[in-house]
Write a protein that binds this ligand. Structure first.
Ligand SMILES: NC(=O)c1ccc[n+]([C@@H]2O[C@H](COP(=O)([O-])OP(=O)(O)OC[C@H]3O[C@@H](n4cnc5c(N)ncnc54)[C@H](OP(=O)(O)O)[C@@H]3O)[C@@H](O)[C@H]2O)c1
Length: 333
């Protein structure tokens, strides 16, 4: 008899998108070189968008979301991987139009797979997941732009979220003076515990001033919010500072003048984790498993199973999630 497995699958029923834990057959999975038994996945904002039918993320339903997966290879037709190998996958098309990590198995292309970095367990690598990898890319881009601790404070926006909380932890470990901006007054203590020296409110990062440049404050910014927050950080970043832009929870559009760029030499640094080339991807995972590995990984994560996804997806879409949500592909079903 063919093996079966459990997965959180989203179906389009009339005009609604409904997620449910289902028992599926291995042959239901898409084509691919490598079959992986998933040990852990994790929840990212994009998974929330996929689960509610956002066509910019997923167009084909029924669909298993989960842009992250870590586990053990059980079958492989690729010479790169063999059964028993521990691996991690973030980004590419996983969980978008390819069935993703919210399942006990996934089958994918070998080219998307990274061997589990030495220094991280399967659980730790998923506490980091796409959010942690993206946070590390932001830090990498800022450092390449010349950021160092003596240049001044670094601001992390959307601080209590996945990318924000890992970025704070990495920057604190590297000796930066980290300011966190957050809409969650009840999470200020958490943000300080994971490494923020100061916490400012979300309102402080949104100004009604029409002035194209405001007082210089930040040597660098990890910017996860977009919209009005991006407008504020571009006007307050110091001379030759960098703004690493990775997110849009506060809006995709923003208005600016060229003045931050031509008078202060501010660099706007785009960050993409999805198609990140494999050589840079391996370098970033290497950093995350060694000198950039957050000391506070346990503090960052809470754990759910497949049955907990409905609630967690609503929370992440409402901006209410704190830190990272690890997903163990189990169910009481
Ligand atoms: N470019 C890439 O490759 C890449 C990779 C991963 C993620 N992303 C993007 O980065 C962003 C953050 O991802 P994430 O996984 O960290 O999401 P998340 O865990 O949901 O965190 C987002 C945080 O942003 C803040 N926030 C929520 N709604 C807001 C609003 N309307 N205005 C201002 N702040 C708001 C909240 O933090 P506070 O309450 O503390 O303010 C929230 O916890 C998302 O837009 C995601 O799509 C991009």
């Amino acid at each position: 008899m063919e093996s079966t497995f459990l997965a959180y699958q989203v179906k389009k029923i009339d005009d609604k998108f409904v997620g449910k834990v289902e028992r599926l057959k291995i042959s239901d999975l898409p084509e691919g070189d490598v079959l992986i038994e998933v040990a852990y996945s994790s929840l990212n904002y994009k998974d929330g968008l996929s689960a509610i039918g956002n066509p910019g993320v997923t167009r084909k339903y029924p669909h298993i979301p989960g842009i992250d997966a870590a586990g053990v290879v059980t079958e492989s037709t690729s010479s790169k991987f063999k059964p028993g190998d521990e691996v991690v996958i973030t980004g590419y098309d996983l969980g978008m139009d390819t069935d993703g990590g919210f399942a006990q198995y996934c089958r994918i292309k070998a080219d998307w797979i990274v061997p589990l970095p030495k220094g991280l367990s399967l659980k730790e690598v998923m506490i980091l997941g796409t959010a942690g990898f993206t946070a590390a890319l932001c830090v990498n881009h800022l450092i390449h732009n010349g950021l160092s601790p003596e240049k001044g404070p670094v601001l992390v926006t959307g601080a209590s979220g996945g990318v924000g909380s890992v970025a704070i932890s990495i920057l604190a470990k590297l000796g930066y003076n980290v300011f966190a901006s957050s809409g969650k007054k009840d999470q200020y203590d958490f943000l300080k515990k994971i490494g923020a020296r100061e916490v400012i409110s979300r309102e402080d990062t949104q100004t009604d001033s029409n002035r194209p440049l405001l007082k210089e404050q930040w040597a660098g910014v990890v910017e996860t919010v977009g919209g009005k927050t991006m407008e504020y950080v571009l006007r307050t970043t110091k001379y030759m500072g960098g703004v690493a832009s990775c997110g849009l929870v506060g809006g995709a559009g923003f208005t600016t003048t060229v003045l931050p760029f031509i008078l202060r030499g501010v660099a706007l640094l785009g960050v993409d984790s999805v198609q990140c080339p494999m050589d840079l991807r391996l370098k970033i995972w290497d950093k995350l498993s060694s000198e950039w590995k957050p000391d506070t990984l346990d503090l960052l994560a809470s754990m759910i199973d497949l049955d907990g996804l409905d609630t967690a997806i609503k929370e992440i879409l409402a901006g209410k999630i704190k830190g990272r949500t690890l997903v163990e592909p189990k169910s009481s079903m």
